[in-house]
Design a binder for this molecule. Structure first.
Ligand SMILES: *Cc1c(COP(=O)(O)O)cnc(C)c1O
Length: 404
């Protein structure tokens, strides 16, 4: 073994090539600031893809994690643990749910949701009631079941045979769902706002219509709130804003603020289909993740923090509008709260990544959502002054890219 320098080149040498990370390697983060190996400073509006809900190294999360680390790391689900029980109690108090299953990621939370939906219908109706309907352009994770439910064929390519009994219809097209749904439908799965698919919110009429069709056909409605959950939209969960309650909800990403955790929430009458031994996870509900998540939820569930998300979102939108008045590069700015997508005009279609790279060169981290949308998913408590500073840097990046 040699003490080889840890550089970006080492990635190409030792990592499976399924990612294409940028050139700089971050080594430190504090709030919404990040520093790379060379000591260059960046403003983080990417939030680790809607994960770092309280920014980096938030003192309350560091405290929760280090306290827990000094006491108990892991026992597995052979035994219960206090942080897990406290977190489950908080999640049920704050939502429609009576019951919680813990996982380690969004995909695993969805895997549990899809398995539960099938098991529930198998037990309460018939084995034939097993069909899952999802939406084109949706994203639900990268396990085999979740890429099959997800509405992007490219993520399934070469991994077939696919899981059976899944079909897709267009998002926000109630007539298409009505034509497809039947008494054999076990669940309809949707993101209230499609994230990876380009920050596309469900319309109020659509989400209400989906609920009504599910009720009519006794199908479960699953909301994948992995990206929209935990305060992102200015509500703890987006379903609360829409006023439409799902039967099962999945949450991850911001739930751990950077510590891997996911959860599936549901009602007691549905949960009881996952009887002892039917599903599980070694790490699910581990004390470290649950302790961090509990501390995070205590902060994010405060009304002033949620209100702050909406105020900060307006600030971002103001900056994006100013950029657009100058350059006319966005057809619209979509999303809700601090999940914002700026769709590029025809001339710049396919080039969202160029904006990400130009921004990074100016010291600001942003995201894309597909090839045509520049996405922002910053910390929910990012300083106003830092928003102004970072968006000024982003404006400069746009000037450079499209010509000032
Ligand atoms: C990110 C995401 C997932 C997958 O979460 P992982 O933690 O990467 O497994 C699932 N659904 C939605 C809506 C997401 O945005």
């Amino acid at each position: 073994m040699t003490d080889q320098p840890v550089t970006r080149a080492l990635f190409d040498e030792v990592m499976v090539p399924n990612y294409a990370p940028g050139k700089m390697i971050p080594v430190k983060g504090e709030g919404s600031r990040v520093w790379d190996q060379e000591g260059n400073e960046y403003i983080d509006f990417a939030g680790g893809i809607a994960v770092s809900a309280l920014g980096h190294a938030h003192p309350k999360l560091v405290e929760a994690l280090t306290n827990q680390a000094q006491n108990l790391w892991h026992v597995s689900n052979v035994l219960a643990n206090e942080p897990m029980l406290r977190l489950a109690k908080k999640l049920t108090d704050l939502t429609f749910a009576d019951k919680v299953f813990f996982a380690n990621s969004g995909a695993e939370a969805n895997e549990a949701a899809f398995k539960l939906a099938r098991r529930y219908c198998w037990e309460n109706f018939s084995p034939e009631k097993n069909e899952i309907i999802a939406f084109n352009s949706s994203f639900h994770g990268r396990t085999l079941f979740t890429v099959c439910v997800g509405g992007q064929a490219k993520y399934r390519e070469g991994f077939e045979p696919a899981v059976d009994g899944i079909s897709h219809v267009d998002f926000n097209d109630l007539a298409a769902l009505e034509a497809k749904i039947s008494d054999k439908t076990c669940a309809v799965v949707m993101e209230p706002i499609q994230g990876e698919g380009g920050i596309k919110p469900a319309t109020q009429a659509f989400i209400e219509g989906v609920r009504a069709l599910c009720d009519k056909h006794k199908a479960l409605l699953i909301f994948d709130e992995v990206q929209t959950g935990v305060g992102r939209t200015g509500h703890l969960y987006a379903y609360q804003k829409y006023g439409v309650t799902p039967d099962i909800l999945t949450t991850a990403k911001s739930l751990g603020g950077g510590f891997p955790i996911g959860a599936m929430l549901t009602r007691g009458d549905i949960a009881k289909s996952l009887t002892i031994g039917t599903h599980g996870s070694t790490y699910g509900g581990n004390p470290m993740g649950c302790a961090v998540s509990e501390a995070l939820l205590d902060i994010v569930s405060q009304q002033d923090v949620l209100d702050g998300v909406l105020a900060k979102a307006e600030r971002f939108r103001g900056h994006l509008e100013k950029i657009n008045e100058k350059h006319h590069i966005f057809t619209e700015v979509r999303g809700d709260g601090l999940l914002l997508g700026a769709e590029l005009v025809d001339e710049w279609k396919g080039k969202a990544k160029d904006f990400l790279n130009a921004a990074l060169a100016e010291g600001v981290m942003v995201l894309v959502a597909g090839p045509n949308v520049v996405r922002f998913a910053p910390s929910l408590v990012v300083d106003d002054a830092l928003i102004d500073q970072g968006m000024a840097a982003f404006a400069k990046a746009v000037d450079g890219l499209v010509g000032a």
